[in-house]
Design a protein around this ligand. Structure first.
Ligand SMILES: Nc1ncnc2c1ncn2[C@@H]1O[C@H](COP(=O)(O)OP(=O)(O)OP(=O)(O)O)[C@@H](O)[C@H]1O
Ligand SMILES: [Mg+2]
Length: 267
C-alpha cells in the first residue's frame, strides 16, 4: 500500500510548487498509470511517491507519503529505497557506474540488500530472463543501445523484488517488442502483490496494463478512475494526452457515421 495525501512539493530554490495537493492511494497488486502533458508533473509525482523528493533531492513537501501504513516523513534514503524502487525516465541516470558487466549491474541491487550469493545470482538471472536479455549478461552496461539500457535498468529494479515500484516512462526508448516484454514483467510483478505506479506517454500500453489511470495537468490530478473511462474522456487531448488507438479509431468511425462498437475492446 502506498498513499500520497495532500502532497504539495516545491523543488529546492523554487517558490512555485511543481505539484499541488495530490491525493493518490494504491492498493497492493494495483497498477496505476499516470498520464499528462510535458511538464505536467508526472516525474515529480514519481519522485514524491518514492520518497526521493524531498529525502534525497531536498525541496519542500507538505502533505504525507505513507507506505504500508507507516508515514515516511524524515526517513533516511536507505530506508525508503528498501521499500520503494524507482526507475527513471533516462536509464543512464540509474546505471551504477561501478560494474563491468550487465550481470553485475543487475546483481548489484540484491547484493546490496545483503542477500546470500546464490540468491543474488538466481535473482539476477531470473530478472534477465524475464526481460529476455540474458544474452546481454556479459556486456558493458555503459555500451548499450537506449532500449537495451532501459531493459537492464528495469531488470535491476525487478531483481530486488520490491513491494512498491515507481516507474517514470519505463518504455520511452523501447520498440513494441521491448514494450510488450516490460508490460508482461510488470503484470507478473503486480499479480504477486507489488504496487506499481507507472508514468507513461504510451496510452496504448496503459490501456492494456492498468485498471486505473490518473491524469496530471499543471501539477494537479484532474482525473482518476477506471482506465477505459479516463482514456476515453473527451477532455484527454485538452490535457495534452493522446488517446489510445482504440479510442481514436472508434471516434474516427463514429465521425463517418459508422458503428464504433466494432472496435470495442480491440487494442
Ligand atoms: N529538478 C527540478 N528543479 C526545478 N523544477 C523542476 C525540476 N524538475 C522539474 N521541474 C519543474 O516541475 C514541473 C513538473 O515537471 P515534471 O518533470 O514533473 O513534468 P513531467 O510531466 O514529468 O514532464 P515530461 O513529460 O517532460 O517528463 C515543471 O514545471 C518543471 O519545469
Ligand atoms: Mg517526466
Amino acid at each position: 500500500m502506498l498513499e500520497l495525501r495532500g502532497a504539495t512539493y516545491r523543488y529546492a530554490g523554487y517558490a512555485r510548487p511543481a505539484i499541488h495537493d495530490v491525493d493518490l492511494a494504491l492498493a497492493d497488486g494495483e497498477i496505476v498509470g499516470i498520464v499528462g502533458a510535458n511538464e505536467a508533473g508526472k516525474s515529480t509525482i514519481c519522485l514524491v511517491a518514492s520518497g526521493l523528493a524531498p529525502a534525497s533531492i531536498g525541496g519542500g513537501l507538505t502533505g504525507t507519503l505513507t507506505i504500508d501504513g507507516e508515514p515516511m516523513a524524515g526517513r533516511p534514503v536507505h530506508d525508503l529505497a528498501a521499500r520503494v524502487a524507482i526507475g527513471f525516465q533516462d536509464p543512464a541516470t540509474q546505471r551504477s557506474g561501478i560494474t563491468g558487466t550487465v550481470f553485475e549491474e543487475v546483481a548489484l541491487g540484491p547484493m546490496n540488500l545483503g542477500l546470500p550469493a546464490t540468491e543474488t545470482i538466481a535473482r539476477a538471472r531470473a530478472a534477465l530472463e524475464l526481460l529476455r536479455i540474458g544474452d546481454l549478461a556479459g556486456r558493458d552496461p555503459a555500451r548499450l543501445s537506449g532500449g537495451q539500457a532501459q531493459l537492464v535498468a528495469i531488470a535491476s529494479l525487478l531483481a530486488m523484488r520490491p513491494r512498491h515500484v515507481v516507474l517514470d516512462e519505463p518504455t520511452a526508448q523501447l520498440d513494441p517488442e521491448g514494450t510488450r516484454l516490460v508490460a508482461d514483467a510488470l503484470r507478473a510483478l503486480a499479480s504477486a502483490g507489488t504496487v506499481l505506479l507507472v508514468a507513461e506517454q504510451k496510452t496504448d500500453l496503459l490501456d492494456t496494463l492498468c485498471a486505473r489511470v490518473v491524469v496530471v495537468a499543471d501539477g494537479r490530478l484532474v482525473a482518476d478512475g477506471p482506465t477505459g473511462e479516463v482514456l476515453g474522456d473527451e477532455r484527454l487531448e485538452g490535457w495534452g494526452v493522446e488517446p489510445p488507438s482504440r479510442v481514436r479509431l472508434a471516434r474516427a468511425l463514429a465521425a463517418r457515421g459508422l458503428d464504433p462498437s466494432v472496435v470495442e475492446g480491440a487494442t
